[in-house]
Ligand binder design. Structure first.
Ligand code: GRF
Length: 317
């Protein structure tokens, strides 16, 4: 699989960015750094990135609305075909639009053992509280500051004579070790069929009265007492394809989808003639929002009217 394309956002020194850049130089690293962007054109990290031959982008946020500024960053990230965004000392709150546009694709490193000490001055606060252990956390970025699912943490002992500076220096060493490992694991999840199936399962089982059963060797999802609306397929025909099979409105829609996006959609064996569509899940960069919508659409093709009504009515409130 191609290396995942990671962009790093910084505001200053950029030592975590540097740690990611150097980790990415290892031939087996599953990600590459495709862009380093800063909201401060003077950010020292930019020079280092440039010297390493990485495309850089700087745009001061001053005098700009948050949403407007984030739209500029998003445009630049897209131009670099970014798949994941790693925040590394990026001192900007993100607009809700930015967070939802990159949902589950933004990671951050924070110098405390979250959920302890969100925000600034983490080392002062840990020392003042008499903690004997501090550390760092890598988490997925959500709309709440320093919130979101924790992906990895490293504990760092606090010494009796530590100052916020000495502790910060030691935590930083741990940060540099942790960040690249967690990013590597995170971007590799999509090459694991088990992980992908877990995501599909969570989305499918959220729909009303859905159950899972293996059908002809493939995990399938059906409405209780009714028919299947989705099958997960992994190398089923020894073609190496990981995909999701879903019901369309019929052969016309199926043909249109394949014509519009021939890389993403395919006509599955056996179910193809009855208008089912296959969506590739092995191309990297899975759009889970899109998959969720598809599951729901496929579910509504086979769900009885009473369930559809209840579901759509519930959605309106
Ligand atoms: C790090 O301590 C990081 O955890 C926090 O900001 C600091 C950035 O340092 N979010 P650097 O710019 O990566 O050197």
């Amino acid at each position: 699989m191609a290396k995942a394309r990671v962009a790093v956002l910084i505001s200053g020194r950029g030592s975590n960015m540097a740690a990611l850049v150097y980790a990415a130089k290892h031939p087996e690293c599953p990600f590459e750094i495709v862009l380093v962007a800063a909201n401060d054109p003077e950010a020292p990290g930019l020079k280092l990135a440039q010297a390493e031959g990485i495309p850089v982008f700087a745009q001061s946020h001053k005098g700009m609305k948050r949403k407007e500024f984030d739209a500029i960053i998003t445009a630049r990230l897209k131009k670099a075909q970014t798949e994941y965004v790693a925040l590394a000392g990026y001192m900007r709150l993100l607009s809700p639009t930015f967070v939802s546009e990159w949902r589950d694709r933004i990671l951050n490193i924070h110098p405390s053992l979250l959920p302890k000490y969100k925000g600034l001055d983490t080392h002062e606060r840990a020392i003042a509280a008499g903690d004997t252990v501090s550390g760092c956390t890598v988490h997925v970025v959500t709309a709440e500051l320093d919130d979101g699912p924790v992906l990895g943490q490293t504990e760092v002992a606090i010494l009796p004579d530590d100052t916020p500076e000495t502790l910060a220096n030691r935590v930083l060493i741990a940060e540099h070790q942790l960040y690249s490992r967690v990013v590597a694991d995170y971007v590799s999840r999509e090459s694991s069929p088990d992980w992908i199936l877990g995501q599909i399962r969570a989305l499918a089982l959220q729909l009303p009265e859905v159950e899972e059963k293996t059908s002809h060797g493939s995990p399938g999802f059906f409405v209780k007492g009714g028919k299947f609306f989705a099958y997960f397929t992994y190398d089923r025909h020894h073609d190496g394809v990981t995909g999701l099979l879903l019901k369309t409105s019929g052969p016309e829609e199926q043909a249109m989808l394949i014509e519009q996006e021939p890389d993403l959609y395919y006509r599955p064996a056996y179910l193809g003639p009855s208008g089912w569509i296959g969506i590739r899940l092995d191309l990297g960069g899975i759009d889970w929002g899109h998959i969720g919508e598809w599951l729901r659409k496929s579910w509504s093709h086979i769900a009885p009217a009473r369930l559809r009504k209840a579901h759509f009515l519930a959605d309106e409130f």
